[in-house]
Design a protein around this ligand. Sequence first.
Ligand SMILES: [Zn+2]
Length: 256
Amino acid sequence: MRVLLIFVFCVFVVNAKAQFSWPDGAKAAVVFTYDDGLDCHLDIAVPQLDEYDLKGTFFCTGNSPSLYNRTEEWHTISKHGHELGNHTLFHPCDGTGQDWVKAEYDLRTYTPEQIVAELKTANTLLKAVDGNTERTYGYTCSHFVANGVDFTDSVKNMFVAARCDGPIPKTMKVYKTWKTPSFMSADPEIEDLIAKVEEAKTNGTIVVFMFHSVGGGYLNTPADVHEQLLQYVSENRDELYSDSFINVMKYVKENQ
Ligand SMILES: [Zn+2]
């Protein structure tokens, strides 16, 4: 009986892995996302992505100085296949253990109605920049609770998909497009980043990178490391499917 159960379990695991197929026989998907609407995204990340013909998703906060000062450039990158994702207006987070969160932008005291209104207004703002009526969301600090209430359902209704944090998925079977895991790193070695791609390849699943500063700044990824990762993904295109977060999530939803 025990042997039979183990056999059934193994068949289940093999099937779970085999059941999701990526475009053109790719073994895994790779998604590049960038948070907080920073100048270094326009100055370093986008030119590097363009050089390797790869697309990124840029989760811009409404109060990003770069979005204000360089609106035309953000508009232009959206026309070149990069996505402007919603990352709220004021970047509210749960301030537990995070001194930098201002009292007025602490999710512990936001009402659920307040965060939903903020997300809608941020959508209006981004629509004014790129003209798009659908986009994805990047949970600020990967938090999804306002004043003790989980607002995930509202996010689910408003966006094509939403990015959270978490490990590389073992299977696509139970993959939640409204709370996708992603990998955040600070000052990573190229080997660490490639290891994540390889883990996704082994699992037949997906790695979503969450970058902040590129080429200097907080939660930084050195410019050369960023470029090496893009080069690696570009050189392995036959095995790796890569596109903006919204396009990859649309594919997942259609094929899940
Ligand atoms: Zn952020």
